[in-house]
Design a protein around this ligand. Sequence first.
Ligand SMILES: Nc1ncnc2c1ncn2[C@@H]1O[C@H](COP(=O)(O)OP(=O)(O)OP(=O)(O)O)[C@@H](O)[C@H]1O
Length: 267
Amino acid sequence: MTDERTEDTADGTTAESAATDTVADAADPTLVVEDLVVAFGDLVAVDDVSFTVAPGTVTCLVGPNGSGKTTLIRAVADLVGIDHGSVERPESATRPVGYLPQAPAFRPQFTVAETLQFYADLTGESVDVDAAVNRVGLGGVPDRRVDALSGGMTRLLGIAQATVGDPPLVLLDEPSSGLDPMMTRHVADVITDLAADAAVLVTSHDLTAVERIADQVLVLDRGRIVAADSPAKLQASTGTDDLESAMSELVASESGQVATRDAEVDG
Ligand SMILES: Nc1ncnc2c1ncn2[C@@H]1O[C@H](COP(=O)(O)OP(=O)(O)OP(=O)(O)O)[C@@H](O)[C@H]1O
């Protein structure tokens, strides 16, 4: 899995602004996933999943370890082959999709600004580096080398890279993993801001942040979507007060799930 993810750089090229679309166009989903199945041998990682993501919204993919979140987001990014179903991504943009992998790899000797410029050159984009670093809050350190960034700053650089070219669909795989509470809140704010210009699909284990930023939460369990709604409606439908409690109600077997699935495959 590590080898594959090393290659997970966001692809594609610059978008014309989706914000100039008509109101009628704005009502159309940016992403349509239908009956999607992704299997690795006998293991069905994504099992008959369908959902849409509307422009100007944040959709959060949540679920236990091994429930299929990364596989689903990589299938949407066209980085893993699909076995059944369809993924309709934006077509109107030169760079339709921006993607932050779970473990982004940067050239350590480059500065923040050089990293974004390098990436823009690589993908044939023009990039306003100042705007890109300011958007994620790295405006104070454009000349700092990547190998001197904190973990949180590196995540922010990854988000900035994912937004080079203003893609109408931005995919972020665990953008706040391992961050302290303050940086987690900052990343949540950045994601909310991104949704002003794009549809954003995010995987996360941080249910407090998800509760704050999600317009739609997709709860995955063993590769299937077991619930899809706003945080408030998920809580109401489960009679719970927070998303974590709602998840406990919705997900059948959180502990031991990975072992169980792998045992099924191995057996
Ligand atoms: N390249 C691969 N080859 C074989 N199996 C894989 C591969 N990628 C993922 N899997 C399996 O697919 C299942 C779903 O994995 P995935 O990484 O999508 O889950 P996840 O919900 O993102 O997990 P986590 O929260 O731990 O990141 C797991 O059982 C995993 O072992």
